[in-house]
Design a protein. Sequence first.
Length: 400
Amino acid sequence: MKTRVAVLFGGRSVEHEVSIITGLQAYAALDRSKYDPIPLYISKDGRFYTGEHMGDIESYRDMKTCLEKATRVLPVPGENGTADLLRQPPKKFGSNLAASFDVALPAVHGTNVEDGVLSGFLETLNVPYAGCDVLSSALGMDKYQMKAALRQAGIPVLEAVTFTGREYALYPEAVVERVEKLCAYPVIVKPVNLGSSVGISRAADRPALEQAVDTALGYAGRVLVERAVPHLREINCAVLGDYETAEASVCEEPVGSDEILSYQDKYLSSGSKKTDAGQKSGMSSLKRRLPADIPDELTERVRELSVRTFRALNCLGVARIDFLNDTESGELWVNEINTIPGSLAFYLWEAAGVPFPRMLDRMLDAAFKRQRERAALTFTYDTNILSGVSLGGAKGAKQG
């Protein structure tokens, strides 16, 4: 019997459309001789939809018609570690079971999904899923907390300042002075919990800093500011596996049109390019040097730090670690980790000799392995403690 794989994509995130591309790339690449893939789309208002047509990118050109043809479903725990998709609203007669799946493959990006929210939901379903758990997802999404965890593990990261929108509104002068005390201009300003370069700006002076902070606060309630690296070279590397099997891919050097690789660079500048599966190619269409044209010693340093980062955050599946390199001083820092990278970083693994379908096999194998290990743990404790409990109240309280 084939393994039923629910590919989840979309979600209430500014990276919603990018996630659709990533999800449909994975859906197309799954080996049909082993798997029965199920497209499971999450709308911007958090509803789940499925349907055969939802595996085709062309369906999303007219979202209204796409959803009208789809079946709205509610994922619930199934039997023997599976999950069921129940029709919504329920039918008056007949079965409400639209489909069932054995394992989930999250292909989501951004807040409300990639940040551990979807992982937590899948945990409540008690179904295997091929991605980071709640904690590693949350750490990977929050750039400041990620830095703290990596610094504790001895992994180099840039110092940064973080503050809330409320803090900035009440004490703007104090916040700006705090930034200027830590970082000399120019600085990089980021929403603390977004990916895909959304809301990121470079500021060369105080007026530009204030404008950049306003931009970032339009996307997140907290902002992170760090110094801009001079003589900047960006290097990316993916890691595949789990805490035991983590392995680094080849390295790439993205080539952007600006000093900061923008959302436009990543997703829109080559939007007409197609993959072999006929889907828009998303991150795989980004201009890059692959493999990166860097010294062998630096390549090995990047790959080593990538695996250490993956393990320090207890990741699973595939993640992409992005680095900042000062080409003059040779210094190297982890910039961020993408726990569900655009296009699942399949292009980095194809360059390493691992085809996309095989990469997905390894991700799903890791998901089942983690589920087997968790099944050996104790999550409940049989006791009759409730038999002797009285909470009092109007009926149970004794009169004094």
